[in-house]
Design a protein around this ligand. Structure first.
Ligand SMILES: *[C@@H]1O[C@H](CO)[C@@H](O)[C@H](O)[C@H]1NC(C)=O
Length: 236
């Protein structure tokens, strides 16, 4: 009887032990298996997520590359345009320079002594020509004729020195009096040289000349004291 009890107890213990072991295994299985799946799922999700991120990054990178290419091309094109423009400008200037006529003259009255007029305007004829590029100043008439429309510079100097005469001469554009020099010598004797200048915009064919009005005179001798000069600044 005792032995039976002991055996039963032992068996019970053994059974409990086995049962416990089984339970433990079950518990450990039920705790490890779901974790692996969850983790796997998590990993898969992560991979998917990273793939998406990678794809987005790749797309962004491609976009940036494209933008960079476009910008680079624009800069290159601009540089090319710049140098083309510079070359065009240079050749334009060269052409302008070649096309722009060269116009310049300078002349003196020559050894004429006093030139005066008493009752009418008189065109001064500067016959001693120093320079006459393009031959647009006529030393036979004293008239400069503009070969092209443009801006011209003129300057003139008149010498005089006699108490009975007033020094004076006048620059005319066609029939219009533009600028003058005057020096009244009636009261005292003295030698004077008076000068003036003007920048004039002329039409092609406009005429510029120096004239005396009644009562005025200018003087010159071999020293080239009274002169008339002009040149084209630029066509317009
Ligand atoms: C006047 O001009 C002539 C040349 O046309 C020159 O030989 C002469 O030396 C000039 N006279 C003076 C005083 O400048």
């Amino acid at each position: 009887m005792r032995t039976t009890v002991v055996l039963l107890v032992l068996l019970g213990c053994c059974l409990t032990g086995v049962q416990l072991q089984n339970e433990e295994r079950e518990i450990s299985q039920s705790t490890t298996q779901p974790n692996i799946w969850a983790e796997l799922k998590e990993l898969r999700d992560m991979v998917t997520e990273q793939r998406v991120e990678l794809a987005v990054t790749k797309a962004e990178l491609a976009e940036l590359k494209k933008e960079n290419e476009v910008l680079t091309n624009m800069v290159l094109e601009e540089n090319e345009l710049g140098s083309v423009e510079a070359r065009l400008r240079t050749s334009e200037l060269q052409r302008e320079n070649e096309e722009s006529p060269k116009v310049a003259f300078s002349a003196a009255l020559n050894d004429v002594g006093y030139v005066g007029t008493s009752n009418a305007d008189k065109t001064l004829i500067y016959t001693k020509v120093f320079t006459n590029i393009g031959n647009h100043y006529n030393p036979a008439t004293g008239i400069f004729t503009a070969p092209v429309g443009g801006v011209y510079y003129f300057t003139f100097t008149a010498f005089g020195g006699n108490r009975h005469r007033n020094i004076g001469s006048f620059l005319y554009r066609n029939a219009e009096r533009m600028v003058s020099v005057q020096d009244h010598h009636k009261s005292s004797y003295g030698e004077d040289q008076v000068t003036n200048a003007a920048v004039l915009q002329l039409e092609e064919g406009d005429q510029v000349s120096m004239r005396l009005n009644p009562g005025f005179s200018v003087y010159d001798n071999s020293a080239n004291l009274s002169t008339f000069s002009g040149f084209l600044l630029f066509p317009m």
